[in-house]
Ligand binder design. Structure first.
Ligand code: TYD
Length: 134
């Protein structure tokens, strides 16, 4: 499984750092939605779903967390701990987010508006959808 982690350009000077993200330039899709998770409790695991079409980029803009990616055949764990790194997650990829540091802010840039019908929340259904795609 190929992991696509973007390292965004940092505009740093004596005042500090700044990262700017533009759709179709730094982000390979139109950004229709932004959401973020914070105050995530110790030991909490979130996610446990895949998407039928949605593409996302996850950026831990403060603190750190881990993301488990599962394409139905292989699993990989990615650590997000830099505000200038973005993890690309394509559709049909099961994900779980965990090990949030108490100060973690996990921001997600998404290619579509929120649509519950795009979610696959059942793991067996996810495995079947992978088989159907082949
Ligand atoms: P949920 O899908 O449970 O988060 P997770 O990524 O951990 O699976 O979302 C939590 C709640 O937030 C749920 O009530 C749906 C709502 N929500 C929105 O209204 N818009 C969104 O863009 C997202 C991601 C969630």
């Amino acid at each position: 499984m190929q992991i696509l982690k973007y390292v965004f350009q940092q505009h740093g000077d004596e005042r500090g750092q700044l990262v700017a993200l533009e759709e179709f330039k730094d982000i390979p899709f139109e950004i229709k939605r932004v959401y973020y998770m914070y105050d995530t409790g110790e030991g909490i695991h979130r996610g446990f779903h895949a998407h039928k079409t949605l593409k996302q980029i996850l950026i831990c803009i403060h603190g750190s967390c881990k993301v488990l990616l599962d394409n139905g055949e292989e699993k990989k764990i990615v650590s997000l701990e830099k505000p200038y790194e973005g993890l690309y997650i394509a559709h049909n990829m099961w994900r779980e987010m965990y090990d949030f540091s108490p100060d973690a802010v996990l921001m997600v840039l998404a290619s579509e508006y929120y649509d519950e019908s795009d979610y696959i929340r059942d793991y067996e259904e996810f495995l079947n959808s992978i088989k159907e795609e082949k």
